[in-house]
Design a protein. Structure first.
Length: 174
């Protein structure tokens, strides 16, 4: 219940435009390793393989709110774990382009039904399989969407080859 209250307060502060950003240069490698280390024990306990892809070339300078970006990625990771199947894999990776950087979390679970896709970032929306889960209130992805917009970015979801979903957050480099 405390998670619901915390999520509701977070969304209320978003509606009131009272969120503040603390932008700094982010070390992308460190951010991704921190995310991996936070979720590795959970994945091991659930028999899910966790894979981190870090580019051999250096990432561009990137300025954003590290805490808010980490929050978006944890929402994606929580969903990936919740919808993953034992002995499958979750991947974390990043791709940089000239004007933006995109962070991906990919699972190989059940995927998202076509009918649900237009609504997954709406508040309180839960895909059919989650409706009976009392720990899921349908707020996480809407919070991720709001946080990305605050940083002039966007979130999205694509089907994963072979089943599952890939969630991403795309943020401007400048």
């Amino acid at each position: 219940m405390s998670k619901l209250v915390k999520d509701m307060l977070l969304l209320a502060s978003s509606d009131a435009k009272s969120w503040t950003l603390c932008k700094n240069i982010i070390d992308i490698d460190t951010l991704l390793i921190s995310l991996y280390e936070a979720y590795e024990p959970i994945c091991i306990s659930k028999k899910i393989r966790l894979r981190l892809e870090i580019s051999e070339s250096s990432y561009p300078k990137f300025c954003a709110d590290r805490e808010r970006l980490f929050q978006i990625l944890t929402i994606f990771m929580d969903n990936a774990i919740h919808h993953s199947i034992n002995n499958k894999q979750i991947e974390i990776k990043t791709a940089a382009a000239a004007k933006h950087i995109t962070f991906f979390v990919t699972d190989h679970g059940r995927g998202i039904p076509e009918d649900d896709k237009p609504y997954i970032f709406n508040r309180f929306y839960c895909a059919d399989k989650s409706r009976t889960d009392k720990s899921n209130f349908g707020l996480g992805l809407s919070i991720a969407d709001e946080l990305a917009k605050m940083m002039n970015g966007s979130v999205g979801c694509e089907d994963t080859d072979g089943g599952g979903a890939t969630f991403f957050v795309k943020l401007p480099l400048k």
